[in-house]
Design a protein around this ligand. Structure first.
Ligand code: ADP
Ligand code: ASP
Ligand code: MG
Length: 548
């Protein structure tokens, strides 16, 4: 039997973990039910770690590798980390590159060859400039240059094929959009190597085995673990730093897939889980997980520690700093995740742990899904239609739609689903198809789409249990003349979600942030040790060792 991110399989797959330090064991297991813990008596061979070095997976996002000077910062961080840890690097495409590649794919479907050619010229320039600024030896530069030209030609061929077909297949879209990571990873590996740190680029298609759902593939964890251990363990044991392409994987038959936009975060935690890492670090362009999106709430503050559950809710409800599925793999094993700033590596960032840091059960942070759409299935006759809810959810499941929020009037006159805009059209069509008979006989009056909404979510460990939270938020939004279109309160103890008009999102977030005093409450940052260019000793661990 295959496992996706399945606790049963996770449990049987982690054997022979003889070298775990007492400290990491206590961090890793707290707050998890024993049934989710690895089974050390399993016969399956796991990852053998160095006796004294923790294993860290370090993922660098697009802005962290945006140009040559950013890549130099990344090299410095990796070199510093490699002195005290075994490292596996996961890297995104240079910033903006995936967007450009998807634009090329879409343009090629429309037959606009000139636009596609312009995009590839631009991408050649961007990568060429980085190669020339970063790689000193002629031999290495020529090698990387040739490798890149081969990838650009592959992309151009895929676009040309798309133009000839007049159709952009999901498989071709994945293949084209994967090129960014396949370009950046060999470049970083070569720069690390030249800096004196042995490094090798590893294509994640060799490691992460997925299903065949292009554009949002899911990993098969048992196969992924076997391949990752077999491929990466020898490199790590030889002191070589693997630089793995984020965002991508491949089916068992070797067909390239992608994990969804922003999916390199997910790649990092999939590999962290497969290798039983001590920590996964997401390096990005902000200090950590903040109390709200800083682009919308200027006085958003750093959260120094937060629970898996809260972070997962924030990611799911729009905090772009983490891909929505990032927490899933590590939660099952209790592996801590940290978010840190590539541009301020002296800061310690946010630590995400099983239990988080108690803040009295109040509101911890806010998030917003701006590109949401609301579908309503309704009409007075609906009450006579059989199994409306069951049919609705069977339909959304078949369409692979993530339903972000549901609200239903008790008389069954109206069901309202909020989904991401990307899924809206196909979900609407699927529902209209499912209920076509009821629509024709006017039992269902309408199945309508509203694309002008957004979701604002309030997250905290016990938001549901807090008397008056809903009242306070309604009052705060009311003062700003923000209408609440729908509310979901209760499915999860740790979130309360409101649907508002998209134009009101910023006002709603600022009002809620002020109401719950998030700017003031969350600012208890760990102190920064200014003598350390890159901080590796975390304050909590320092305190722990002092006490020993
Ligand atoms: P990367 O390229 O490193 O993957 P992303 O752009 O995907 O980075 O994510 C980082 C961005 O997420 C930040 O620049 C910030 O604007 C946005 N963001 C949204 N919500 C939050 C939040 N709650 N905390 C931190 N950043 C957030
Ligand atoms: N490069 C991919 C994207 O832009 C994956 C990522 O950055 O995480 O979606
Ligand atoms: Mg990202």
């Amino acid at each position: 039997m295959r496992s996706k991110v399945n606790p049963e399989i996770m449990r049987s797959a982690h054997s022979l973990r003889n070298h775990r330090s007492a400290h990491s064991e206590s961090v890793r297991t707290s707050g998890l039910s024993p049934s989710l813990l690895p089974n050390t008596s399993s016969s399956c061979e796991g990852f053998r770690k160095s006796p004294n070095k923790p294993l860290r997976i370090m993922k660098f996002g697009g802005t962290s590798v945006g140009d040559a000077s950013c890549i130099q910062r990344v090299v410095k961080i990796i070199r510093s980390a490699s002195r005290e840890s075994d490292i596996v690097v996961v890297i995104s495409a240079m910033s903006g590159v995936t967007n450009k590649l998807i634009d090329a794919a879409v343009q090629s479907e429309g037959g606009t060859r000139e636009a596609v050619a312009r995009i590839f010229t631009d991408l050649r320039k961007q990568h060429g400039a980085a190669v020339h600024a970063l790689i000193e030896s002629n031999v290495n530069r020529n090698r990387i240059d040739q490798q890149m030209q081969e990838l650009f030609r592959e992309g151009e061929r895929l676009c040309e094929g798309t133009t000839l077909l007049g159709e952009l297949t999901p498989r071709a879209r994945d293949a084209i959009s994967s090129l960014g990571e396949r370009l950046s990873a060999p470049l970083l590996a070569a720069v690390l190597d030249e800096s004196g740190l042995p490094s090798q680029c590893v294509d994640a298609t060799e490691l992460i085995v997925t299903d065949s759902y292009h554009g949002g593939a899911e990993p098969w964890m048992d196969l992924t673990r076997d391949r990752s251990v077999a491929r990466l363990q020898p490199l790590i044991q030889q002191g070589v730093v693997p630089v793995v392409t984020g965002f991508i994987g491949a089916t068992e038959d070797g067909v390239l897939t992608t994990l969804g936009r922003g999916g390199s975060d997910y790649s990092a935690t999939i590999l962290g889980t497969a290798l039983d890492a001590d920590e996964v670090i997401i390096w990005t362009d902000v200090d950590g997980l903040l109390t709200a999106d800083p682009r919308l709430v200027p006085d958003a503050c750093l959260i120094s520690e937060i629970s898996y559950r809260e972070a997962a809710e924030l990611a799911y409800f729009g905090a772009k700093v983490l891909h929505p599925k990032t927490l899933q793999p590590v939660m099952q094993q209790g592996i801590p995740l940290r978010i840190r700033n590539t541009f301020a590596p002296e800061k310690l960032g946010t630590k995400i742990t099983p239990t988080g840091c108690a803040n009295g059960g109040g509101v911890t942070a806010l998030a917003a899904v701006i590109d949401a759409a609301m579908i309503t299935v309704g009409g007075p006759g609906l009450i006579g239609v059989q199994d409306v809810l069951g049919r609705t959810f069977a339909t959304t499941t078949a369409a692979r739609t993530d339903v972000l929020l549901i609200s239903q009037s008790s008389s069954q006159n109206d069901i309202c689903l909020v989904v991401s805009s990307a899924h809206a059209k196909r979900t609407l069509e699927a529902l209209r198809h499912e209920f076509s008979h009821d629509l024709a006989h006017e039992k269902a009056e309408h199945i309508a789409l509203d694309t002008t909404v957004a979701i604002v979510t309030v997250v905290g460990q016990k938001v549901r249990g807090m008397a008056g939270t809903a009242g306070r938020i309604f009052a705060a939004l009311g003062r700003e003349h923000v209408d609440v279109i729908a509310i979901a309160h209760g499915a999860s103890a740790s979130n309360l979600s409101l649907v508002v008009a998209r134009k009101d999102v910023k006002a709603a977030l600022i009002a809620a942030h002020r109401e719950f005093q998030l700017g003031a409450l969350a600012s208890a940052m760990f102190p920064v040790d200014s003598d350390r260019p890159v901080a590796w000793v975390y304050e909590s661990e320092r305190t722990g060792s002092d006490a020993d």
